[in-house]
Design a protein around this ligand. Sequence first.
Ligand code: C2E
Ligand code: MG
Ligand code: MG
Ligand code: MG
Length: 293
Amino acid sequence: RAKQLGKNNYQLYSVSKDIISYKNFSLEKDMRTAIEKEEFEVYFQPQVETSTGIIQGAEALIRWNHAEWGLVSPGEFIPLAEENHLIHQIGDWVIEHVCKQLRKWKDKGYTLRPIAINVSPIRFIKKGLVEFVSSMLNKYDIPAKYVELEITEGSMLKNEPVVLNTLKELRDLGISIAIDDFGTGHSSLTYIQQFSADTIKIDKSFIQDITAENSSGAAITSSVLHLARGMEMKVVAEGVEEYEQLEFLNQHECDEVQGYLFSKPVPLESFEQMLETGYLKPAKPRVCKVPCE
Ligand code: C2E
Ligand code: MG
Ligand code: MG
Ligand code: MG
């Protein structure tokens, strides 16, 4: 019986593996025309001031409305786009889309907030990124301070001179730089300091470990916060889902938080409603294990 079950499990596994490779095949094929067909969309996830919930900015996160597969997350198609080099076109599309959106917000009279855009490490080391960003700022007449580019910690460890040079040119333009998924690349903050980033984004794996027993999440988070303050870098905590995590981050003077506790990434219309209110409240109340005082 166990053997039979094992066999069935194997069949189930191999069927789902086939579906995944079929899906990847079809995504990769359709990616070439997705821009023309206007299937990409940008969602926004607010970044709020830890102590007040005031919206300080947002991260732009791409989504693909695929005819057959529905809403496809970037975790699924960005790696494929990096393999087939369509990431350059897709990445440029996101940058232009965000600049265009900033222009629309400015025309509508919104107070502008910086929008963070993820840049693939592959795009980062290719020539022309600085010129492209600069041309978009000019085309839509947007001050550079409203654009922040996120680069993962891991990708800064490779191609050092090229990366350092590109970062310098971007900062000379007035663009801010955020180090994404900080903590996962095993570099130190002192190493990161030479890239003169403006913002450190602590990876969600550490944030979600803050309250877990016997975990180093809390210790790592508080030491990153302490060191970043000394280096005058802003810190954003990613993946904040629980009130206790927020309390910890507030006690340790983390500047901003981004996570489901305040909001998931949302489409444009919902984000504009948030901008009109200007602040967000945590979606969950404080959980009291002992009666709250
Ligand atoms: P990332 O840049 O680290 O973005 C944060 C991811 O964490 C987002 O996933 C966001 O939805 C998710 N997240 C935010 N708060 C929470 C939370 O409280 N709990 C949990 N469990 N997750 C949370 P998403 O949108 O699926 O994006 C995944 C990754 O895809 C991004 O990670 C980024 O590396 C990449 N990506 C997204 N948009 C773009 C883009 O326009 N260009 C490039 N090159 N990469 C992108
Ligand atoms: Mg920000
Ligand atoms: Mg990011
Ligand atoms: Mg991240």
